[in-house]
Design a protein around this ligand. Sequence first.
Ligand SMILES: [Zn+2]
Ligand SMILES: [Zn+2]
Length: 282
Amino acid sequence: MTKEELRYGEDYKFIPATSVTSGASVEVRPDLYCHTIQIVNICLVGDPDKKEFVLVDAGMPKSAGDIIAVTEKRFGTDSRPQAIILTHGHFDHVGAVIELVKYWNVPVYAHEAEIPYLTGKARYPEPDPSVEGGMVAKMSAFFPNEPIDLGSHVQPPPSDGTVPHLPDFRWIHTPGHTPGHVSLFRDRDRSLIAGDAFVTVRQDSLYKVFTQETEISGPPRYYTTDWNAARESVRKLAALQPEEAITGHGVPVSGDKLRKGLEKLAREFDRIAVPDYGKYVH
Ligand SMILES: [Zn+2]
Ligand SMILES: [Zn+2]
């Protein structure tokens, strides 16, 4: 590893948010493992017997110890992923990435359009605490927003849609929540890792975030700046007819519940997902 300095933004800090599923793991498929860090999910993709796997997203700030423990529990002591793939660069998806990169010495992949936000060159628009959406939106004013800098450790995946180290998956550009947001899809069993393109718990209710009551919902409102792109992305994912979905927030959802919920969200996106007011609503 080079001597390059990796750093978090200046406002990086632990966020005291939690949910009933914090610390819980779900094996969605034999090679698809979802674990909840406080209020956000990470995903370990790979067969535990083969010891080759990838980590999708990097949890909340100060969660590296938890992520390493979960990884070693599943893949064995001293195991490490071949790469970390980021669906996007919000603080709750990159919260432990620097410690993990240093500890594991592995590459990070993120969409080309997301790279400026991960290399200290661009900052996401401020979250909108005024958006329709209750307490979590209000809290968003305290979320870390300064960009982290992963330097040369982050790179885009191949432009042909293939995902490094996951030959069965392809990445799909699903912008709207952020410009370079991606989702991962496996055609063989229609497994989807959706990031925050849509989520299975309403992020605008502190109560529902805590109880994790399942409800297929649009991307978290206080952070989503391009609602037209977000709508197109949800329609793109609904058209894939996923059988199983792991989202950035909320429990994994499958089968009929997923299909119907996602179709409804795609059809009635403006009513269900787009807030009635907020600074990014036009
Ligand atoms: Zn996000
Ligand atoms: Zn998120």
